[in-house]
Design a protein around this ligand. Structure first.
Ligand SMILES: [Zn+2]
Length: 256
């Protein structure tokens, strides 16, 4: 438990990831830039510099859409609140979970139940390593390794990848593409352990297309289901509903 606490201490919602999402290092594209590109257009700007046939996935922290929707994404897989399963089922919430193998450990059955009630399961590496600056082989092992774990357990290969701490580089995009990932998913909004929303940049309120990250928190004051209810209330107040991120992003980029 101490190791887990240490692992999650930095969480996924530190300030680091937004530098990656917005300023980046020349590798990432502006958030949301390619999310609304018409289907079939695979001439991603980043692909031009790469002779390989596989287009690089976009990195998005929000989806460019005028639909009155937000996207609800949970990270790591440390918190397994059984009441969240009931909430997802009752409200038919098309949420997504970005799972780290070493955090989920023996807890995959919980996520199988979430999947059975409509949740999507996506990739968040084998052991929550910060990828930026690592050699290609190491990054590929983290991403493809978790692709294999999730595919063998659930029979469906993830299309979306969230880099731990939101930190990545050009090598991450290449490794992710080679593992069958079609989009790197960052976030603009995060929900903390007290059920409070924080905004990394831009409007200080929920906006259409926002991707909300719910990181695993040590000793949260509210359960995951309670925090989720707070978020839903705020979304309702803004006239926004939860939509399935995979419907908006999984088709971006080239098919592997
Ligand atoms: Zn994480």
């Amino acid at each position: 438990m101490a190791a887990l606490a240490l692992l999650l201490a930095a969480g996924c919602a530190g300030p680091v990831q937004h530098r990656a999402a917005t300023a980046g290092d020349g590798a990432g594209q502006p958030a949301g830039e390619t999310a609304t590109r018409p289907a079939g257009d695979s001439t991603a700007p980043a692909a031009a510099a790469r002779p390989s046939a596989t287009a690089l996935p976009p990195a998005v922290d929000r989806v460019r859409t005028t639909d009155k929707v937000v996207f609800l994404t949970y990270d790591d897989g440390a918190e397994r609140d059984p009441r969240l399963i009931g909430l997802v089922r009752e409200r038919r919430l098309p949420v997504s979970f970005f799972l780290t193998d070493s955090v989920v450990g023996p807890g995959y059955a919980h996520f199988a139940r979430l999947r059975a009630v409509g949740a999507g399961l996506q990739n968040h590496t084998l052991d929550h390593t910060a990828l930026r600056g690592l050699p290609y082989a190491g990054q590929r092992a983290q991403i493809c390794g978790q692709q294999r774990k999730l595919t063998s357990r659930f029979g469906v290969r993830p299309r979306l990848f969230r880099p731990p701490y939101g930190t990545y580089d050009a090598t991450t995009l290449r490794a992710a593409a080679d593992c069958g990932i079609t989009a790197l998913v960052l976030w603009r909004v995060s929900l903390d352990g007290d059920g409070v929303l924080t905004y990394a940049q831009g409007a200080k309120q929920l906006m259409p297309g926002d991707i909300v990250s719910v990181p695993s928190v040590d000793l949260p004051s509210l359960t995951l289901a309670e925090r989720t209810r707070r978020l839903l209330k705020e979304a309702d107040r803004r006239g926004l509903r939860v939509a399935r991120l995979e419907d908006y992003l999984a088709g971006t980029g080239a098919e592997p």
